[in-house]
Design a binder for this molecule. Sequence first.
Ligand code: ARG
Length: 455
Amino acid sequence: MKLWGGRFESGMDQRMERFNASIGFDWRMYDADISGSVAYVRALVKAGLLTEAEGDTLIGGLEQVRQEFAQDQFEIRLADEDIHTAVERRLHELVGPVAGKLHTGRSRNDQVATDLRLYTREAIHRLMAYMAEVQAALVAQAEAHPDALMPGYTHVQRAQPVLFAHWALSHFWPLQRDRERLADAAKRVNVLPLGAGALAGNALGVDRDFLAGQLGFDGVTPNSMDAVGDRDFVAETLFDCALLGVHLSRLGEDLVFYSSAEFGFVTLADAYSTGSSLMPQKRNPDSMELMRGKAGRLIGNLVTLLTVLKGLPATYNKDLQEDKEPLFDSLDTLDVALPIAAAVVRSLTIHPERMAAAMDDGMLATDLADYLVRKGVPFRESHHIVGRLVRAADGRGIGLRDLPLDAYQQADERFGEDVYRVFDMRESVARRDTVGGTAPSAVQAQLAAAKECLR
Ligand code: ARG
């Protein structure tokens, strides 16, 4: 059964049949498709185009089709071009010719846009819940290790001491922004295209606001031509997924580094590490390497869709069928990756002693410059003076704290005995107590703000 056979004399080339079909991937919108049809039946009854009894028959049949899908009993036929055809074909088998009234005034163009919006809406809510779990795991690690100090890096060079909790939360906020971005995208997803028809609107008086209410949409699309051709909501979702993937890849990269023997700051749980088939000693952070790698396909899916959309003429074009696979792939990827990310973070073992051992006096050079600043020396000058001291200590192969006082006073007479008090990592951290800084007080406030985001 084709939905459009009438004007054709001969059948389709089998290869064309396969080329044209989307049922291989769009079957998974069955729930959305059936919900959309149930609402549409109600709208047709309301418009007087179906009797109550016909409506009940159609809805009963649709619910049966839904059940067949849910119980994995639906048999997809070769000729089922797409999910819309498959559902209607089966409905016809179940309830007879009255099934032919379902599509009154509707086009697959407004139907597929509606299905995809319903599907995306649900997926976004699921993703957001998974993302919150990763965030909660980061918060839990930050809370479990409030005192641990670690070297903070820029350019992967030791820079300044920070709290481990501060590092953990540095990966919380990108995810928070991702979650806010998806919540914002969800607003534009949640607009109903049904009733746009093929492109020009519905001629049979279907109540679109009623349909929106039935399906939980916040409103209806304002232009039927735009409604059937608009896939911005897919592009936005794919962008949000891509950026989320980028963030997960950066978390992954930190943990790959930190779990190496050279750093030794963390150990990934056995459950999220793998061995080598050749080297018995190996313990590889594959979970986090994959986290890094998955960003590639997430970015690729966004680029795929934007490339499909670019230069398309107005309204529906079959190119738009290419919107689904990249979307489904990104959602599937994150459905697996996010729970893994949460579990890896949750089960991470932290080694504060290894973090402490990786600190050196050079990380306090800024504090030393600040010492002179507090004595009235312009920062540019104090930076230079301390630079010379660092070079002197390096030359002697000792730390800054091991340079004698006269070496300091030779460099600048404003150095006093109290200069050695600078060499306290904890003090250095505690001084950075402005909002967003790494001082314990500031990190506690940050932690409270982070928990507020998860409430
Ligand atoms: N399978 C199609 C898609 O995914 C459904 C819409 C088909 N519309 C059409 N006019 N052929 O886009």
